[in-house]
Design a protein around this ligand. Sequence first.
Ligand code: GAP
Length: 505
Amino acid sequence: MDLDDMASFCKKTGIIFQNSEIYGGLSGFWDYGPVGAQIKKNMVDLWWEEFVEKRDDVVGIDGSIISSSEVWKASGHVDSFSDPLVDCKKCKKRMRADRLIEEETGEKVEGEGPGKMDSIIEEKNISCPRCGGSLTDVREFNLMFETNLGSVDSEENKAYLRPETAQLIFTNFKQVVDSTRQKLPFGIAQIGRAFRNEVSPRNFVFRTREFGQMEIEYFVHPDNKKKCPFIDEEIRSYELQVLTAEHQRGGEGHERMTIGELVDGGYAETEWLAYWLYQHFNWFVKLGVDPKNLRLREHMEDELAHYAGSCFDIEYNFPFGWDEVYGNADRGDYDLRRHQEASGKKLGVYDQNKEEHVLPRVVSEPSQGIERSLMVFLMDAYTVEDGRKFLELDPRLAPVKCRIFPLMPKDGLDQKAREIYSSLDDRINVEYEESGSIGKRYARADEIGVPYCITVDYDTLEDDTVTIRDRNSTDQIRVVIDELYDVLKDLVFGDKTFEEFLEES
Ligand code: GAP
């Protein structure tokens, strides 16, 4: 399925809509319909449950979207968070210079300075792809959205919308430590919106100007930055596809590697980085993404962000090629140090063993885009089989867990189906539907990924049993109404598979 098909599918099924569509649309902004909003909420809740609620060493915060300009000056974003731009002198088309060079020459130049890009443009005689006109010099364009607080436009009233959620973790670091008494090592997580004035938003919701992030900053004592006590043999032997910097320099493809090899081969700078890469890679896999469509990619030295030591992305094999869904950088103590210097407030923590204050080090910054993750789940789940279209979503991600149908909306079948619906409705996300033929109702449920459908038929009125139909196989089992909730709970939360129920029936 290509991206245009995915966008039409998402529009038709109420997953994602173009923002301001009735006014012609606003580039780089997307809205979520009833189905998309629920899938997205389920995904975000599952992330929070896995990485915050289930862990003693991670706490969560929820910071503001707008912060003082001092925050973004100290973090380095005001000075260095930019993309290189060129304009066509003739038709005035504005483009990202690095993308243009990549498209024209195949050479990757992300992270190179304007001077180097100017020379490539001159050397390779690159002109405007639209009209052939000559290009201006490359210049840096800052991606931060600026705003003004209150009624007076002034330097003091200038503020910025956050381009990442992460900085709020650093500016709130001391208050989190003081209020929770967390001891190193520990992480602070945050889920929220971020804003970047992207020059060319593209690829559906892949590159947008407003998007969501799920991020963790993991802090350790600087003396304990290498060894991660959570890595065991099971994690070390976990295999995944990896594209190292070496592979990229040699023009080779990715290879299979274990987490142990990633550490022992010196690719991941620390065990901590490898541990968190494993955690998030496996999160996608546990939620049903085919690991063949996922890989780790090590950043080349010249791509590293202004704060990053070493960095790996998790990439997905999108219709437009492998691209980033998640990044994880070793940020060192860059951010806490910068905020400590700029604010004049001590941001260290007290180390009881060594009886000293230390500035912790961020060994791992798992940073995952919400929209890109959603694209991964949708792309991977979209299935066409024997003329049937369905979203093979993990039931935990599915927008509705079960739809309940009367075979026909008459003869008391509808009343019985409504009774079953009412008995389940406040315990699990179910829906009642009676319009159209039963085949059409199944097809509509399959299309948005509803994993199970219950049908009330004439036998139900005799023996108080119903059928449960499985979305993926279309197989059916017959279940006593009194046991319905327990069976659905087992199926949705993965305690028992449909095949196991089928074998027993
Ligand atoms: N705090 C680190 C950070 O923000 P990043 O690699 O710039 O790192 C992290 O962004 C993730 O945020 C990316 O992997 C991607 O999933 C998502 N993201 C970044 N820019 C985006 C954009 N313009 N549109 C959609 N998602 C974006």
